[in-house]
Design a binder for this molecule. Structure first.
Ligand code: UFG
Length: 324
């Protein structure tokens, strides 16, 4: 198979490129390196470029003869999306529209899209399945939902078949230690906690201890990046076998609190971690856990790294290789 990976130099995209390479696929990565890293692309061809560059996009799509496109390139910070919505609608929506339009012209009919739990907004019940109403509460979530809706229209009008994968909290790192999370600035809990353990940060702030949970801190569903990539692979297989467009929620179905993550990190690293209590962060739901039954039943998804200790162990292995 011949796959174009947009954003293949980023956190999840780079793990996907490695996995596709391991499966014997021909891979081209297109990435503008705004958040990604050239040295994270371990397989295939690399094209430095931006989705807004329609001439380049047309050239890459025309030359590649791709069976499918996987799209990982987006801005992902909820807080930033509230402050700079134009940035999010421009990149996450308008640039994705450019991509879909270029795919239509190049007659490429299969698309795997990185969506998010943020499309659901404040949960009405938990765990969250695919029938849960989608009412995003920030521009980030709205930008992803808009693309999901565009994809329905592109299927109806042009026969573009897509798989939308709504990640809950992507976490962990390549079990072989070659890749991991490298955001700048880092905002995600597990890498921040591990940076506190390694001495790169003085402490970790806990955003709120007065939530309605057993220990008062927020609960999230941490899903290993390699398991997410496996779901992309299975989604790709299903499209290759002629399946129609699909949506899946991807998580482990297990919730862990912020305090449990910190305690696990202390145990795995054997290091002291200084913890400061901070006010609640705006827009944080109390409890976000996925019901991934549909992905398990229809795609045969069987996540391998569901234990929080394994996820943190892989992240810690990666963190220890990082120079400041
Ligand atoms: N947290 C802290 N201290 C920190 C960082 C995070 O206490 O320094 C807490 C947050 O308040 C939250 C939990 O740790 O309760 C997880 O926070 P992350 O920032 O790691 O992840 P989010 O749950 O906010 O975000 C994830 C994805 C987003 C997606 C969102 C869906 O990273 O892209 O889930 O709700 F939009």
């Amino acid at each position: 198979m011949n796959i174009l990976v947009i954003g293949g130099a980023g956190y999840i995209g780079s793990h996907m490129v490695k996995q596709l390479g391991g499966m014997g696929c021909q891979v081209t990565t297109l990435d503008n390196l705004s958040n990604g890293h050239r040295d994270a692309v371990l397989h295939g061809k690399f094209v430095m470029g931006d989705l807004a560059d329609s001439a380049l996009l047309a050239e890459v799509l025309h030359a590649g003869r791709f069976d499918a496109v996987m799209h990982f390139a987006s801005f992902i910070q909820v807080g930033e999306s509230v402050e700079q919505p134009a940035k999010y609608y421009d990149n996450n929506v308008a640039n994705t529209l450019h991509l879909l339009e270029a795919m239509r012209i190049a007659n490429i009919k299969r698309f795997i899209f990185s969506s998010t739990a943020a499309t659901f907004g404040v949960p009405q019940y938990t765990p969250i399945d695919e029938t849960h109403p989608q009412n995003p509460i920030n521009p980030y979530g709205r930008s992803k939902l808009m693309v999901e809706q565009m994809l329905e229209d592109f299927d109806r009008a042009y026969g573009l078949k897509s798989v939308c994968l709504r990640y809950f909290n992507a976490a962990g790192a390549d079990p072989e230690g070659k890749l991991g999370e490298r955001h700048s600035p880092e905002t995600h809990l597990i890498p921040l906690v591990l940076q506190a353990a390694s001495g790169k940060r003085s402490h970790i702030s806990v955003f709120g201890r007065d939530y309605d949970t057993p220990d008062g801190t927020c609960i999230r569903d941490y899903v290993h990046v390699s398991d997410l990539c496996e779901a992309h692979w299975l989604g790709l297989q299903s499209l290759m076998h002629g399946a129609g467009s699909q949506h899946y929620n991807l998580g482990n179905g297990n919730g862990f609190s912020v305090q449990e993550v910190i305690d696990t990190a202390k145990w795995i690293t054997g290091k002291p971690i200084s913890v400061l209590d901070a006010p609640r962060r705006n827009g944080d739901p109390t409890h976000l856990v996925a019901d991934a039954t549909r992905a398990k039943q229809l795609l045969g998804w069987n996540p391998q790294y569901t234990d929080l200790r394994t996820i943190v162990t892989h992240s810690w292995k990666w963190e220890q290789c990082q120079v400041i």
